[in-house]
Ligand binder design. Structure first.
Ligand SMILES: NC(=O)C1=CN([C@@H]2O[C@H](COP(=O)(O)OP(=O)(O)OC[C@H]3O[C@@H](n4cnc5c(N)ncnc54)[C@H](OP(=O)(O)O)[C@@H]3O)[C@@H](O)[C@H]2O)C=CC1
Ligand SMILES: N[C@@H](CC(=O)OP(=O)(O)O)C(=O)O
Length: 384
C-alpha cells in the first residue's frame, strides 16, 4: 500500500522569528568549511558550536582549520573554540540542529550519540544512508521522505521526541539525480541509466588525493562510489509503502524496476563533478531532446514553492552552447546550489544523453543539508 505523504507536503509557510542555534560537526573539513561559509549569513540559523577531532579541540577555529574557501573565515566564527564532538558539551546542548561533515570513519557513533541526545542531525556521511528508518534526501527531489522521521523516533530505543538523523546523498548521486527526477516527473518512469562521472579532487576531502597521483592524470576508480550511486538512486527515486506489519518502508522504485550502471573517475579539477548520463524511458516513443530540454529548464522542486531560503532560483540551468557545462565556468553559479545541464541529445543505444555538472561541496554536500534542515522547519518536524 502506498503511504500518503501529502499532509507533509503542505506545511504552514512562515518566517523564523529568532535565529536557531546550530552546531557543526567536522567543522574544520572541506564540507565543514562550506557549512560555515553558507551558515554565517543564513537568515534562520546561527552558528553556535563547532566540533572536530582531538587534533582541533580546544583551539580557536582559525588556528584549527586549514581554511581553503575563497572568502575569509567569517568574523563571527574566527575565534570560536572548537570542541570535541560530544552532545553533552555545553555549547552543543544550546543547539537545536546539528550539521555533520564528519569523516565516515567516526560519523556513525558520533551522529548516533547526538540523535539519542535529542538533536536533529543532518549528515553528509554515508553511514546511515542505507538505514531503513533514515530518510536519504536530495532536497530538490524527494523531501516527502521526511515522513519517515516519526517512525525513526518511535522505534528508537528509547523512543525519541525530537532526535533524528537525515542524510544527504553521495555528491555524484545528488548531481545527476536532480535532472533524472525532473525527467521522471515530466515523462514517467525511467528504466535504465548509464552514468560516467568525472569527479573533482575536493570530493576526497582535505588534503585528498596526492598531487603526484592526480596531476596529468585520470584515476578510473573511487572506492565504493559506483555502488553508492547505483543503490542510492533507487532509495531516493522510490516511494514509501507500508509492509504487512504496518511499518513504512522505502520501496526502492519497485513499481517500475530501474537499472543503473555507474562508472566513476577522479580528474584533476578542484571543485565540481561532471557526469555523462544516458537514459532509457519506459514510455514509447521517448521524449525528443527538445522536450527534455524544456522539461529540465521548467523543473521546480517543492522546496522552492515551500520557501526554503537556500534553494536556488533555477534548480537546473540548461545550456544551449555545445561545450557547456564546464566545472571552471559553471560550478559557482547560484553559489553552487543548482546543477547545470548541457549537450542534451539523442542516444543511439538508450534514448537521451546529456552532461550534468554539480558543485560537489555545495549542492553535493553542505547546501543540501541546509535545505533539508529548512524543509524540516517548514514541515514542523523541527520546531522554530
Ligand atoms: N567533500 C565532498 O565533496 C563530500 C563529502 N561528503 C562526506 O562528508 C563528510 C566530510 O567530508 P570532507 O569534509 O570532504 O572530509 P574532510 O576530511 O575534509 O573533513 C573531515 C572532518 O572530520 C573531522 N574528524 C576526523 N576524525 C574525527 C574524529 N575522530 N572525531 C571528530 N571529528 C573528526 C575532521 O576534524 P580534524 O580537522 O580535527 O581532523 C574534519 O573536520 C565525509 O563523510 C564525506 O564522505 C559527502 C559529499 C561530498
Ligand atoms: N566519494 C565522493 C565524496 C564522498 O565523500 O562521498 P560519500 O559521502 O558518499 O562517501 C568523492 O570522492 O567525490
Amino acid at each position: 500500500m502506498s503511504v500518503d505523504t501529502s499532509a507533509a507536503q503542505s506545511p504552514t509557510i512562515g518566517v523564523v522569528q529568532d535565529k536557531i542555534n546550530v552546531g557543526i560537526l567536522g567543522a574544520t573539513g572541506t564540507v565543514g568549511q562550506r557549512f560555515i561559509t553558507l551558515l554565517s549569513s543564513h537568515p534562520w540559523f546561527k552558528i553556535h558550536a563547532l566540533g572536530a577531532s582531538s587534533r582541533s579541540a580546544g583551539k580557536p577555529y582559525h588556528s584549527a582549520a586549514s581554511w581553503k574557501q575563497t572568502t575569509p573565515i567569517p568574523s563571527s566564527v574566527r575565534e570560536l573554540i572548537v570542541h570535541p564532538c560530544d552532545p553533552t558539551e555545553p555549547h552543543f546542548r544550546e543547539c537545536t540542529i546539528i550539521f555533520s561533515g564528519l569523516d565516515a570513519e567516526v560519523a556513525g557513533d558520533i551522529e548516533a550519540a547526538f540523535r539519542t541526545a535529542e538533536f536533529a542531525v543532518f549528515s553528509n556521511a554515508k553511514n546511515y544512508r542505507r538505514d531503513p528508518l533514515v530518510p536519504l534526501i536530495v532536497p530538490l527531489v524527494n523531501n516527502p521522505h521526511l515522513a519517515m522521521i516519526p517512525q525513526q523516533q518511535a522505534l528508537h530505543n528509547p523512543p525519541l521526541k525530537k532526535g533524528f538523523i537525515v542524510t544527504n546523498a553521495n555528491c555524484s548521486t545528488t548531481g545527476y539525480i536532480i535532472p533524472i527526477a525532473a525527467l521522471e516527473k515530466s515523462f514517467g518512469p525511467i528504466e535504465a541509466i548509464m552514468v560516467t562521472t568525472l569527479q573533482a579532487i575536493s570530493g576526497a576531502g582535505y588534503p585528498g588525493v596526492p598531487s603526484l597521483d592526480i596531476f596529468d592524470n585520470v584515476i578510473p576508480y573511487i572506492s565504493g562510489e559506483e555502488e553508492k550511486i547505483e543503490w542510492e538512486t533507487l532509495k531516493i527515486l522510490g516511494g514509501i509503502t507500508e509492509n504487512d506489519d504496518g511499518l513504512k518502508v522505502f520501496d526502492m522504485h519497485a513499481s517500475h524496476p530501474l537499472r543503473v550502471s555507474a562508472s566513476c573517475n577522479r580528474v584533476p579539477v578542484i571543485d565540481g563533478h561532471t557526469e555523462c548520463v544516458s537514459v532509457r524511458f519506459a514510455r514509447r516513443p521517448p521524449p525528443s531532446p527538445q522536450q527534455v530540454r524544456e522539461a529540465l529548464a521548467a523543473y521546480t522542486p517543492d522546496a522552492q514553492a515551500l520557501g526554503c531560503p537556500s534553494v536556488p532560483r533555477h534548480a537546473i540551468t540548461v545550456h544551449e552552447e555545445p561545450d557547456r557545462p564546464q566545472p571552471r565556468l559553471d560550478r559557482y553559479y547560484q553559489e553552487g546550489a543548482g546543477v547545470s545541464v548541457g549537450r542534451v541529445r539523442q542516444c543511439q543505444v538508450l534514448d537521451i544523453k546529456f552532461v550534468v555538472l554539480a558543485n560537489n561541496v555545495s549542492i553535493g554536500a553542505a547546501t543540501s543539508s541546509i535545505i533539508n534542515a529548512e524543509l524540516a522547519i517548514l514541515r514542523d518536524i523541527v520546531s522554530r
